[in-house]
Ligand binder design. Structure first.
Ligand code: GUN
Ligand code: ZN
Length: 439
């Protein structure tokens, strides 16, 4: 066993429902055995109870539960930063040409490494991943996540219209390739499968039926897709699905909505759609950097909360601007500020919850990960800014640990991640370089 000594923060309950949800241990202890937290509390108490255990001293930084990114695209690493165009133009100009390259196994393998290392070096330990349209590339992704140990829920992206021919499949092929991937990867190590039609715009009713057939045959798998992101997209979907009441109904009628369904964006939602999401107990993955970069709109968080719809956070790389969940938290905060009375004032507790436990709840993994309670896996990221950096000065002089957390969300980057663990295994350690000096 190892007794970790650290300043740690976590949200074992939902701060949108409970005051006092943010738990802070300024001199905390986490007793970890076989990758699992056995006891969680103050260092003094744990040390007194376990005087001979090896102590690993992580003081000098902030230890947070590993981030959980609930919407991120593997084949879009290299299109981060395609700014200046709305969703459908962005897909044509940036995302789809790059995604068409993933039939090339060497490219798929190189980007799989870039993708997984990008996530873990940003402090993300679990991700719900939009895979590739190519089954072989999804297989490559799972091989990489298995090797590194990233907790991954991912699937083959399927579409049969309105993208480009290389990315189209058929309902029969979507079913058979999906089945083979599920049988190979769902439940293998820390990998799980998500049935993933790209969005209703690029899906016939037939392909949604093939998705539903997979979910029926393999009840433990997850479901993810996009919804109500961009007004032009919403209008087109309405024209394509004349028998559906609205966008959400295209998935609902196909039987794709349930406890393990996560729909990204949901910017332009009717009350009926929010009610349907609540009824089916599914989750909205809010991707504020993407929504801002693509000009998609303001996320109606207040209406989600009022309707009782679960909300988590995603980076949406590469419509989003990078792998940092700190940046997503900050952008979520900005967006709600700019909404004025229609927004929800977010506090550090909300930002931490959205980046961690909310994702665990979205994936129905909150019994296992998402906070530092006893019984959870030791998935953790140590944020400790480099010597001499601005963030070091800010964090070292914060008036309280809660203020330090707010500062970390405001100004923290990948450069501040020092160490990352998944299930007790250290998966990332920052290489210290010489301190930069002003000339
Ligand atoms: N809708 C369909 N495909 C995509 C995508 O790749 N990114 C985003 N942001 N929205 C989508
Ligand atoms: Zn997306």
């Amino acid at each position: 066993m190892t007794l970790y000594r650290a300043t740690f923060l976590h949200t074992p309950v939902n701060p949108f429902h409970h005051s006092d949800a943010l738990k802070i241990e300024d001199d905390g202890g986490l007793l970890v055995q076989n990758g699992q937290i056995r006891e969680s509390g103050s260092f003094a108490d744990l040390k007194a109870a376990h005087p001979t255990e090896t102590v690993e001293d992580l003081r000098g930084g902030l230890l947070l539960p590993g981030f959980i990114d609930t919407h991120v695209h593997y084949p879009q690493v290299r299109v981060i930063g395609g700014l200046g165009v709305p969703l459908l133009d962005w897909l044509d100009k940036y995302a789809l040409p790059e995604e068409a390259r993933f039939g090339d196994s060497a490219h798929a393998a190189t980007v799989a490494r870039e993708f997984v290392s990008g996530l873990i070096s940003s402090g993300t330990t679990t991700a719900l991943v939009f895979g590739s349209h190519f089954a072989s590339a999804v297989d490559t992704l799972f091989q990489e996540t298995e090797q590194v140990g990233l907790r991954t829920v991912a699937g083959q992206v399927v579409s049969d219209r309105m993208l480009r021919p290389e990315l189209h499949t058929t309902p029969e092929r979507a079913y058979s390739e999906g089945k083979a991937l599920i049988e190979k990867w769902h439940g293998k190590g820390e990998n799980r499968y998500a049935v993933t039609p790209r969005f209703s715009l690029s899906a016939s009713e037939g392909i949604l039926e093939a998705c539903a057939a997979l979910m029926k045959e393999f009840p433990g798998v997850h479901f993810t897709s996009h919804s109500n992101e961009n007004l032009k997209e919403v209008q087109t979907v309405r024209q394509l699905f004349l028998k559906s009441r609205d966008y959400i109904d295209t998935y609902e009628q196909a039987g794709l909505l349930g406890r393990r369904s996560v729909l990204a964006h949901n910017v332009h939602m009717t009350d009926r759609e929010l009610g349907a999401m609540a009824t089916h107990n599914c989750t909205s993955a809010h991707c504020p950097c993407s929504n801002s970069a693509l000009g998609s709109g303001f996320f109606p968080l207040k209406r989600h909360l009022a309707a009782g719809v679960r909300v988590s956070l995603g980076t949406d790389v590469g419509g989003g601007t990078g792998f940092s969940m700190l940046k997503e938290g900050l952008q979520a905060y900005f967006m709600q500020q700019l909404l004025g009375d229609s927004g929800v004032p977010l506090e550090p507790s909300h930002l931490l919850y959205l980046a961690t436990r909310a994702g665990a709840e979205a994936l129905e993994m909150d019994g296992q990960i998402g906070d530092f309670s006893a019984g959870k896996a030791f998935d953790a990221s140590l944020f400790q800014p480099p010597e001499g950096s601005t963030m070091q000065a800010v964090l070292n002089n914060a008036h309280s640990t809660e203020r330090a957390l707010a500062s970390l969300f405001a100004g923290g980057t990948q450069a501040d991640v020092k160490r990352v663990w998944i299930g007790g295994k250290e998966v990332f350690t920052r290489r210290e370089t010489a301190q930069a000096e002003p000339v």
